[in-house]
Design a protein around this ligand. Structure first.
Ligand code: SF4
Length: 315
């Protein structure tokens, strides 16, 4: 469930999204770049790509009608158990319990479950308990109520038990141990990487690259970059070497722009950004999908990765 501050942000995106793509047909025939540009800043870009893929399938193979049975809907790109249960119950009234992190927390407390909520082994246990509680007559309303209960009342810290509508049935509250639930497995520490980023200028133009469509941040654009794994090398030298090795371009570093930190879901990065000048070479793309030499006032037309936005005003 989204935090309240994020909800505001997402609502604006949602409205713009529906204005631009009011029907499945419009979404199916959309240009991926245009879609990613609209999504820019939200993160989770695979969702945007999957949504478009799913719209294409529905339009081309399903007569433009969203499947109303769980199994067919579940097979669409980007649809997992949670999304399938939420959509099928809320949109079509089908009896499926939607179990996300908030719902698991409520269930762990209500039943005093000592199974870690983030251990995939116990997913079916939480699903089973949620299905047991599910209101068969109003599954959509029930699922929304559970999500809301987890987000607003049964919060991760300091749950508001005294005003909770289910406190009479909550074994953790009745035993005064709601603070001891849920249990979680300790997360592995998130790895950190150190990267150099090259803002390469050739006359009035700057080089940007497009990431492969089906990977992390797929389809988005970025300034060329690479990881430093040898701490004894100077970042400026590494920058030239990486651009030479990865893209067959000879450059020189003309200045240090800034350093930024950026966290992704599974790792965090520190990036040194360098101003560079193109010297020679024809670009070769092995790991990237496409490239453009663009004027600085044109960069904004491309959906850029979030980390690059942190220093774009300096470019
Ligand atoms: S009584 Fe407290 S712990 Fe139990 S479900 Fe309600 S908010 Fe959560």
């Amino acid at each position: 469930m989204l935090q309240q501050t994020q909800v505001k942000k997402v609502v604006d995106y949602y409205r713009r999204f529906l204005q631009k793509f009011p029907t499945l047909e419009k979404l199916a025939e959309s240009n991926l770049q245009e879609l990613l540009k609209m999504w820019e800043g939200l993160g989770y870009y695979a969702r945007a790509r999957n949504l478009r893929k799913a719209a294409k399938i529905v339009v081309s193979d399903m007569n433009g009608e969203v499947p109303t049975d769980y199994k067919t809907f579940r097979k669409l790109p980007g649809v997992g158990d949670y999304t399938a249960a939420a959509v099928q119950s809320i949109a079509f009234g089908h009896v499926h319990a939607a179990v996300d992190g908030n719902v698991k927390r409520v269930i762990a407390r209500m039943f005093m479950l000592d199974s870690p909520v983030n251990d995939i082994k116990f997913q079916s246990l939480f699903q089973e308990k949620a299905s047991f509680l599910l209101d068969r007559d109003q599954p959509g309303t029930f699922n929304q109520a559970m999500m809301e209960l987890g987000a607003m009342i049964c919060r991760p810290k300091a749950p508001l038990c005294t005003i909770c509508p289910v406190n009479l049935f909550c074994t953790a509250f009745q035993s005064a141990c709601q603070d001891q639930f849920p249990l979680s497995l300790k997360r592995q520490p998130i790895p950190s990487y150190y990267l150099v980023v090259a803002v390469i200028r050739r006359d009035e133009e700057i080089l940007i690259l497009q990431r492969p469509t089906d990977g992390l941040l797929g389809g988005l654009w970025e300034f060329p970059c690479g990881e430093i794994d040898k701490v004894e090398e100077l970042p400026e030298d590494v920058c030239c070497r990486i651009i030479q090795d990865s893209f067959n371009l000879q450059i020189e570093v003309t200045g240090f722009l800034t350093q930024i930190k950026h966290a992704y879901t599974h790792f965090k990065t520190t990036m040194d950004i360098f101003e560079c000048r193109y010297l020679s070479g024809e670009i070769v793309l092995e790991q990237m999908q496409d490239y453009r030499w663009v004027k600085s006032d044109q960069i904004d037309q491309y959906p850029l990765i979030g980390a690059n936005h942190k220093f774009l005003s300096l470019v």
